[in-house]
Write a protein that binds this ligand. Structure first.
Ligand code: 5GP
Length: 192
């Protein structure tokens, strides 16, 4: 599919972004569990797997060399450096999913969201907001699994992302999980 054909397709593509610890992954997992017709775009990344990550399911885990070769071969519809690692979305997967008529969920950062929306203007963009900046920062700092340096970098990057949340077609405040889930489900099934 050429970039021009891709840009004209009525994609049924949902781009979901948030800050680290905004609850986006939980909401996406719930949506995928309850709706088997939705496809999840599994990204490639150079970050090491975390406990609970399933290769090929959460991410395709690549070496930096492999990731860079794929950039050179133009295999990503978008890629970005996020929190010090590379992340990218397979162009082939998106083309095949669009052609199969399935709705697709993408969990990508704000830079990636803007690139994909530029290439696929019919995509719907959704930002998951934490209940407040204070609650979000407290939550991140109390995560025992991450180092202080990682947490501070995520806070710095997250503040920049929060300042761009108005750019998204929809904002969902993740104050209560079931309410936020209901909002997300409503958006996906009214836009689909
Ligand atoms: P994590 O490492 O915590 O799973 O993800 C870190 C950030 O990278 C999240 O904001 C996530 O949405 C973003 N991300 C995951 N996959 C991609 C991708 O393919 N492209 C871009 N641009 N960001 C991604």
């Amino acid at each position: 599919m050429s970039d021009r054909e891709l840009s004209k397709s009525n994609s049924g593509l949902f781009i979901i972004s948030s800050v680290a610890g905004g609850g986006k992954s939980t909401l996406i997992s719930l949506l995928l569990k309850r709706h088997e017709d939705l496809l999840f775009s599994v990204s490639c990344t150079t970050r090491p797997p975390r406990p609970g990550d399933v290769p090929g399911h959460s991410y395709h885990f690549l070496t930096v060399d492999d990731f860079k070769s794929r950039i050179d071969r133009d295999e990503f519809i978008e890629w970005a450096e996020v929190h010090g690692n590379y992340y990218g979305t397979s162009k082939l997967f998106i083309e095949n999913a669009i052609q199969s008529g399935h709705a697709i969920l993408m969990d990508i950062d704000v830079q990636g969201a803007k690139i994909v929306k530029g290439k696929l203007p019919t995509a719907t963009t959704i930002f998951i907001l934490p209940p407040s900046e204070e609650i979000w920062i407290d939550r991140l700092r109390s995560r025992a699994t991450d180092s202080q340096e990682v947490i501070e970098r995520r806070i710095r990057n997250g503040k920049v992302e929060l300042s761009q949340s108005d750019w998204f077609d929809y904002q969902i405040v993740n104050d209560n999980l079931e309410t936020a889930y209901g909002d997300l489900e409503k958006i996906v099934y009214s836009e689909k």
